[in-house]
Design a protein around this ligand. Sequence first.
Ligand code: C2O
Ligand code: CU
Length: 496
Amino acid sequence: MIHRVLSRRRFLVATGGTAVGGLVAACAAGPGPAAARRITATSPRVLAVERARRSASQPTTEVSLTAIPGEVDLGGKVVRTWSYGGQLPGREIRVRRGDLLSVSLHNNLPDATTIHWHGVALRNDMDGVPDLTQRAIGSRGDFRYEFTVPNTGTFFFHPHVGVQLDRGLYAPLIVEDPDAPDAYDTELVVVLDDWLDGLGRDPDGVFKELRAGGMSNMGGPGMARSPLLGGDAGDVTYPYFLANGRLAAAPQVVATRPGQRIRLRLINAGSDTAFRVGLPGVPMAVTHTDGFPVQPVNADALLLGMAERIDAIITVPDRPVPLLALAEGKNGFAALVLQPGRGAAPDPAALVAQLSSRPVLMATDTRAADAVRLAERVVPDVVHDLKLGGPDGGYTWTINGQVYDPQRGVPVREGQRVRLRFTNSTTMFHPMHLHGHTFQVRAPGGSGPRKDTVNVLPGRTVEVDFDADNPGQWLTHCHNVYHGEAGMMTMVSYVE
Ligand code: C2O
Ligand code: CU
């Protein structure tokens, strides 16, 4: 009892200081009793959990990043965009599990920005959500992100302000396992993206058009559709699709050798496009979804919704082969080429039909590896329904009939087993993401994969379970950047 009173007082001190004056935390007197009892990003409990992750001998990885406007070459096509350091994708950050990652960001953009470390179960005050976990970093401003990296896997980072993700602001974050032996010879990180910035349009303009109902393909006959996605495939028409920042017409060529075993780390950094990925004639042994191991399964083609990651091992054939990423339900593809020795690479376009005819593995078809499966629980402590709706007038997308409101979320308590039940009554798929946790998808007849982003198809319900072990305020939202910005976000709100 005494302890409770003390921690309550510290909570008040922490949220009353000027240091957090701009945060929602400071207005915890908002509507509803839950708001007053929130464990905010700056609460002592968040610091305590981070302290427990640290160790005396912890190595530190220092990185400095600059977000800048400038020209980027997509392969014979130069565009003006925003990127990290003028590179597309931004330079990969690679650390080991347990390291302290210390990243100083300088913002040279004309707008405020933040960085969100997608999929990482980090301390809440480094999660990069403006107003909820930090103040957005103004133009010419600086911020240091510093946190212990708790899990191995394939992650990425991007801003969490407006629709900045649909510019060139993204880069891989790879967390290696210091203990696990590598069952492969080399790695290839492949970042996929849908591209429109700097080609007479920009993402802010596109969002305005969507809100004004002006996009010609919204509901029109030319609208993107996909049986695999169970309905609409996207709201935005893109002229280009990129693999590692390159157009399919000028692809990256990866020198390799026959028989080499390559671990592919596939990342969909797109904003409105799912990709169907494969190497025609070369099977992929899927090993991880969203950074967590699965029971191995082979596939000829994989589907990645926005922000999903899949790792798979391939054996290089004795001839050049393209890796293709077809923009699902849209017209176009991204590519890169694996080049063992000499020989002319086949024309990727000629192989698109071959890949399209193969069965497609969805991440939700996989099963978590035993080592990462959540402990069985007959019933969760709490179940929250999140009903996905839209688009309503003025292009609004909703959760439980509401657009995002930082004063409103679904309450959880530390130590609970929580179930989120996403129900999609719209005509489009939504890749639903939860910050700060890796849930387990519930599958018929067993447990599905561990993930932080799951595609919820039209007319479907997807349930995910997680252990509430990372206190703070965590967004859960659609990773279609336009849907999220149009309201399809809420939060999982730890309360005392
Ligand atoms: Cu990549 Cu809020 O997420
Ligand atoms: Cu959506």
